[in-house]
Ligand binder design. Structure first.
Ligand code: AMP
Length: 444
């Protein structure tokens, strides 16, 4: 199958040739004809599958061949993304695909001044890529009208809900014309996503491509058990031992990112961090410098790093495991892309055993553990397996007794209980998903 047989027009084929895309990926093979035929789409596909081209190519074709010229302060297609970086990335891809077409594209997001965005929208843009909050601001300030909108794309819809954008989505829903084409892409399909899809989509075609956890067998994954307080030391040790050149590191919290970056910089290591508290320009600069190999270690939270396409990244390190197991798949998906091999190393402490178990259940594999000499944890990480069960439950440290008892105790340590604790109920990732509120109006 070729892009030409999918019915794409010549200027798009020329752009794809320049980019070196020869064969459509599975999601493109399914999505392109469906979108060209005007169908709504509900697609289970993650970053790395080629989904951006899957929706952008047919969208560009429809906008070129059909519909009126864009009016002032209007957009003909809207692509909603969860994060600013993703909006920039999607916009860059769309602009590349559109290089031979007479269409205008633009990206808007928060964290930067709104005025230049308002100016830019004056003439209208054919394709607008936006994060939900800034889109609403622009709409409320009359800088943007949506009555000309032909197509709405919800990219990484699950992530938008995870980030608490359900209310914004409900507001945007009320701003949209009823007659439109809607394409929803999501890595996972929770009940809330299905609810959202039920409200936003009209007789959608469902497409599904292999989840990343199947594709991720190009990524060699293992776990190094370690005590929590020794993680920074272990990281530096592994980095030096393995002569790591470029690493994307994930930490759980903003403070965690800052602390690790400070520690690394203090050791003269070329490191930078990105998280949601940093100004957009700083985040983008850190990312650009990392992509240009000017920064060796980039430490990020999940929010900042979601969906980023960084070519040929050989190694991802989970300094902390993610709270939501699916994020593990996204994280390790930053390496091993496009058939390259990659490595993903997780530094896991006893506190994180339930997260490890949830990841193993989701990816249907027991991750290999490699003890690092001199870093064996005092607080043992209980055994886990892919059934989602913690095989042995650690006993809580006992308080020293003031009298009686006798004998030596493992004070302050996790100890293996001789009796195996009753199996935990099914261990599931803790996931707080806000309920999508439709507001008073319903789509017919
Ligand atoms: P995405 O899942 O949209 O983030 O795309 C992941 C990566 O695959 C991006 O770097 C794209 O440029 C690349 N890509 C998408 N489609 C193709 C294709 N058909 N052939 C080669 N590379 C592709």
């Amino acid at each position: 199958m070729t892009f030409a047989t999918l019915g794409l027009i010549e200027p798009l084929l020329r752009a794809l040739e320049t980019l070196g895309y020869q064969t459509p990926t599975p999601v493109q093979a399914q999505a392109i004809p469906a979108v060209l035929a005007g169908r709504d789409l509900m697609a289970a596909a993650q970053t790395g599958t080629g989904k951006t081209a899957g929706f952008a190519l047919p969208l560009l074709q429809l906008l070129t061949l059909e519909g009126p010229k864009v009016a002032a302060n209007s957009a003909r297609a809207l692509i909603l993304c969860p994060t600013r970086e993703l909006a920039e990335q999607v916009h860059a891809s769309v602009a590349e695909y559109a290089q031979h077409l007479p269409l205008t594209t633009y990206a808007v997001y928060g964290g930067v001044s709104i005025n230049p965005q308002m100016m830019k929208l004056r003439k209208g843009v054919d394709i607008l890529v936006a994060t939900p909050g800034r889109l609403i601001d622009l709409f409320r300030q009359n800088a943007l009208k949506l009555n000309q909108l032909q197509t709405l794309v919800l990219d990484e819809a699950d992530r938008m809900l995870d980030l608490g954008f359900s209310e914004e989505l409900a507001n945007i829903y009320r701003m949209l014309p009823k007659k439109r084409q809607t394409l929803l892409f999501s890595a996972t399909f929770s009940d809330d996503i299905r609810l959202l899809a039920g409200q936003m989509l009209n007789d959608p075609l469902s497409i599904e491509v292999s989840p990343r956890n199947v594709a991720a067998n190009t990524v060699k994954q293992w776990v190094v058990p370690v005590d929590k307080k020794r993680k920074p030391e272990l990281f530096v040790h592994l980095m030096r031992k393995g002569r790591w050149k470029q690493v994307l590191v994930f930490a759980k919290t903003r403070n965690g990112v800052d602390a690790l970056v400070d520690k690394l910089q203090g050791l003269g290591i070329n490191a930078d961090g990105i998280h949601g508290d940093k100004p957009q320009a700083t985040r983008q600069r850190a990312l650009d410098r990392f992509k240009a190999s000017e920064v060796q270690i980039l430490v990020a939270t999940d929010v900042a790093a979601r969906g980023l396409d960084i070519e040929d990244l050989p190694l991802v390190v989970n300094f902390d495991l993610p709270i939501v197991a699916e994020d593990y798949i996204h994280r390790i998906g930053r390496t091993g892309r496009a058939g390259n091999t990659g490595e993903a190393i997780s530094l896991v402490c006893a506190d994180e055993v339930n997260m490890l178990s949830a990841i193993e259940m989701l990816t249907r594999q027991t991750l290999t553990r490699k003890m690092e000499p001199d870093f064996e944890p005092e607080h043992r990480v209980p055994d886990t397996d892919a059934s989602g069960q913690v095989v042995k439950k650690p006993k809580k440290p006992k308080k020293p007794k003031t009298s009686g008892g006798g004998g030596k105790r493992n004070l302050g340590k996790w100890v293996d209980s001789g009796e195996v604790a009753p199996a935990e109920p099914s261990i599931k990732p803790v996931r707080k998903v806000p309920v999508f509120n439709t507001g008073p109006r319903k789509k017919k």
